[in-house]
Design a protein around this ligand. Sequence first.
Ligand code: DP6
Length: 328
Amino acid sequence: MTKITAKAHSNIALVKYWGKKDDGLRLPANSSVAIALDEAYTLTTVDFDESYKEDEVQLLGQGFEDDEVEKVKKHLDSVRKLASIQTKAKVVSQNNFPKSAGMASSASGFAALSMAAANAAGLQLSEREMSVLARNGSGSASRSIPGGVSVWHTADDDLSSYAEQIPYPPEWDIKVLLVMAEDTSAKKVSTTEAMAMAATSPYYQGAVLEAEKNILSLREAMVSGDWKAFGKVIEDECYRLHSVCMTQTPNILYWRGVTIEVFQAMYRLRDQGVEAFFTVDAGPHVHIVCQGKDIEAVKQSLKSVGGIKTVIECGIGEGAKLVSDHLF
Ligand code: DP6
């Protein structure tokens, strides 16, 4: 069979996914919205061939943990089932950013794996079917298939829970700065395990309802071109996710000192009239959402904050696609 390579971008959630209504199918408790990041991506090459006696799985430079290898193999099994084949595969993957530290490497990882494996197995899936396949590997990966700004729909059955692009005002010239904290050590508990405890928070049910309201407000802000209203939802969502994390059992605190220092820097910047907004996923790193015209002011404001390792400047990334340069 043919060797296939796919490229998929990471994404940052503006309205967050934190809790499933069906763990097996990875059906999210609420819909979510994300931006794909052009400068943070995964490349994955997949080759199904009779010469492989077992699946071989490698992550160049960073290495996979045993449980991650098992997840990849399980995903290959799903693809084999869809394609009615039994052939084992070799998978080689590479991220251009640190994995497992709240940087959504599972999003770009499972999106690239789904696209490469499905095509290498001879399947011809629509974007929606590909998003469903990626969701089954890792929920947030569903949104890295369409790329752009996307909404991932909650639903009660497998095929209805997928992500698709939604329009946003192009004149905003949206940029996202990934502010990487010096502490990029891998998460001790995987997002899947941490999220499985979300419902132990006394605020969980209310938080899920709030997320659905926030999707409506975010979409309204994008239709009316109201940047400040858009930013308010982004920050409310950051606090909503972390309120659930902090109050679930066991409690999870993803933030470090630098995380809060960056929040404060954005509050100061807003006092000076620069409208930039922060959000954080399951880790200490901050994503700042701003307009292209304000990017230098935002970068300047970060200079006074200690504990930042690097800042990666991103525009909006495209959807997952096939590329011709293979990793092996
Ligand atoms: C905090 O997609 O990694 O980034 O479906 O269990 O693999 P699984 O979870 P995952 O969770 C991402 C959670 C988040 C918020 C978000 O991306 O919406």
